[in-house]
Design a protein around this ligand. Sequence first.
Ligand code: G3P
Length: 219
Amino acid sequence: MRFFIDTADLDQIKEAKELGILDGVTTNPSLMAKSGITGAKNIEDHYKKICEVVDGDVSAEVIATDFKGIVSEGEYLATLAPNIVVKVPMIKDGIKAISHFSSKGIKTNCTLVFSAGQAILAAKAGATYISPFVGRIDDINWDGIALIRDIAEIYAVQMYDTEILAASIRNAKHIVDSARAGADIATCPLHTITGLFKHPLTDIGLEKFLADHRKGNPS
Ligand code: G3P
């Protein structure tokens, strides 16, 4: 499984990169606004900065919701850096645009996916990635991980190339469960990635190893 970080915060992106386990970045308009990045020019510049830090794919989301608008915005975003992936919402015009981008060799991430049917449409249109929102499905008392499992099964049976990018990951368990369910990638806030480190027996074990070492090697 690959790890993307789900943030527009450059410090967090750099911290994840320093861990040596970062494969890419996803952003969305809410994350940009949360980092205080507003206005088309600032947003563009910010994407360029992120792409300079990260070698892997960086998802940049379109704001337009009509076919022509999505295509012109997406084609422009794709010129900002070679690792830009155009993030497009799961709507009719979005699917049309994904099919267009796919024919032009522009990578896409179909976002706001909440059902297996939507995942099939995105794969048929040639999306590079789909983003099923695990946490938001759990929020309405459905099963986000079951959706990942379902899509993984369908994509394997149908031999679709589209990769499953588990999104709206809220905790370390979501990452582990997504890996087991067949997600190709999890895109996570930094705290969920660092949450994977935590185990009390690791802390207790390390403390004991160091204490025993000190006993045999008094300073
Ligand atoms: O990748 C999508 C993600 O940013 C949404 O996460 O926590 O707002 O549901 P959340």
